[in-house]
Design a protein around this ligand. Structure first.
Ligand code: PGA
Length: 269
């Protein structure tokens, strides 16, 4: 049985207004009061709403995350937001390397690695996103691509900072499309990621690192994904904008925590 605390993140992307962001945060805080002891929950609103959402979450046991962070400490970097600015307004997590940033902002594995190291050095937790495109999966390269992104993203990250890091496996073709990886495919990707962590670090660290799944997870399909051994939570986009749906996913993650079974169809390690 796993001992890893589940981790569920709400990635609000470029959605909400000041009013709806604070309303959503308040509702999630209210309805997760009993869950925060058995599930790490982080809300990632757009940058301008971080301070207001921090106010709503204060004392509630939820974490506050940003959707990105600069690799630079400060200076002439128009439009960027530094790790110290994030901690200054109460954020304690940053998503890094999301596929939408890799795609629309031309983020590279090198740049992502610089951000990861900056965030960890600034005591932020990191949700490092990796995932293959449909073309890469069809060509049979999915595992190779995600392991390469993982190795590159973690370059020069020391073992003692890895407890601040969560890996999010997000197949690009599953994000915002309504398609999810099958539980068996997702579990296989997670198993390979964990094996790679063992190679890069050691078995203890691989066992204790949370690896979460992202890509069209919702309240209806969360149980079969989160029920898989090795899937330690979710990064939720669309479904995190509805408090009932998001809270339901958190409660499934907390319940599943106690009773993990290998998924049917998954090859034995
Ligand atoms: P989705 O997004 O749940 O809307 O597919 C997930 C993500 O991008 O993290």
């Amino acid at each position: 049985m796993t001992t890893r605390m589940p981790f569920v993140g709400g990635n609000w992307k470029m959605n909400t207004t000041m009013a709806t962001a604070t309303e959503l945060a308040a509702a999630i805080r209210r309805d997760t009061a009993d869950l925060v002891r058995s599930c790490d929950i982080v809300l990632c609103p757009p940058f301008p709403y971080l301070p207001a959402v921090a106010g709503e979450l204060a004392g509630g046991g939820l974490m506050l995350g940003a959707q990105d962070v600069s690799s630079e400490p400060d200076g002439a970097f128009t439009g960027q937001v530094s790790a110290s600015m994030l901690t200054d307004v109460g954020a304690n997590v940053s998503i890094i390397g999301h596929s939408e940033r890799r795609r629309y902002n031309a983020e590279t594995d090198d740049g992502i690695n610089n951000k990861v190291r900056m965030a960890l050095d600034s005591a932020l937790w990191v949700v490092l996103c990796i995932g293959e495109t449909l073309e890469q999966r069809k060509a049979g390269n999915a595992i190779e691509v995600i392991l390469q992104q993982l190795r590159h993203g973690l370059m020069d990250v020391p073992a003692d900072q890895m407890r601040q890091l969560v890996v999010a496996y997000e197949p690009v073709w599953a994000i915002g499309t309504g398609m999810t990886a099958t539980p068996a495919d997702a579990q296989e990707a997670h198993r390979m990621i964990r094996f790679e962590l063992k190679t890069l670090y050691d078995g203890g660290l691989a066992d204790s690192t949370r690896i979460i799944y992202g890509g069209s997870m919702n309240a209806s399909n969360a149980a079969e994904l989160l029920g898989c051994e090795g899937i330690d939570g979710g990064l939720i986009g669309g479904a995190s904008l509805k408090s009932d749906e998001f809270v339901k996913i958190c409660s499934i993650a907390a319940e599943q925590y106690q009773s993990k079974q290998p998924c049917e169809g998954t090859p034995a390690p």
